[in-house]
Design a protein around this ligand. Structure first.
Ligand SMILES: C[S@@+](CC[C@H](N)C(=O)[O-])C[C@H]1O[C@@H](n2cnc3c(N)ncnc32)[C@H](O)[C@@H]1O
Length: 190
């Protein structure tokens, strides 16, 4: 299982938007969903993706995708899927909108805290971190990779996490970063 958390400070937390570019860069979210969950012609198995939206009007929202064969995710309509999930949010509970697709109100720090409590290693994806190819296979097991949008990650909340992992010296798009991490693990057979 490979696990990612994507954080967006401005992504909208309601489904009533038309232009994804004006909805807190929802266009980046579409790329992130495709890059993390899809291979050519099929959905990847064993991916757990968390999206944290912190934009107006009802932050924070935690959208969760646990890949499975019944997941109704089509590359052609990620916007429809995200909107539907946001519309289906119910106060005070976690709702499974489609098989493996959940929404609830939960903050970035709470999601990370819960994963840590489950024994997961939290790796912040950061170009100044340790180069991923220098890590042993064992270091890449039971890991959650955390990455930000075009504005990066909230520095204050990340202070307590020491492990920073880099995929190289360039600054990549969030979605490209996910593909490169996937490829590293694919090549290693992890
Ligand atoms: C477009 S970048 C963010 C750029 C933003 N201006 C910043 O400085 O953080 C989106 C995310 O991809 C990840 N990322 C980009 N390049 C990376 C690299 N070389 N190594 C590791 N992670 C990277 C980071 O998590 C980053 O938050």
């Amino acid at each position: 299982m490979i696990e990612f958390i994507y954080f967006s400070q401005k992504a909208r937390t309601s489904g009533n938007w038309q232009d994804p570019m004006k909805a807190g860069r929802m266009d980046i979210v579409f790329n992130v969903v495709i890059a993390s969950l899809f291979l050519s012609h099929k959905i990847r198995e064993n991916v757990h993706l968390h999206l944290i939206f912190n934009g107006p009007p009802n932050p924070p929202m935690h959208l969760e995708f646990i890949s499975n064969k019944d997941m109704p995710v089509s590359k052609k309509d990620i916007a429809g899927l995200i909107k539907r999930m946001l519309y289906k949010y119910k106060e005070g509970r976690k709702t499974e909108v489609f098989p493996g697709c959940f929404i609830e109100k939960k903050s970035f720090s709470k999601v990370i805290e819960e994963l840590e409590n489950k024994g997961k290693k939290i790796y912040i994806l950061d170009k100044k971190g340790r180069f991923i190819r220098e890590l042993d296979d064992k270091d890449l097991e039971n890991v959650v990779f955390v990455l930000g949008d075009h504005e990066g990650l909230p520095k204050k909340e990340l202070k307590k996490f020491k492990e920073r992992v880099s995929i190289g010296k360039e600054t990549y798009f969030a979605s490209h970063t996910m593909v490169i991490v996937h490829n590293e693990l694919d090549v290693r057979g992890l």
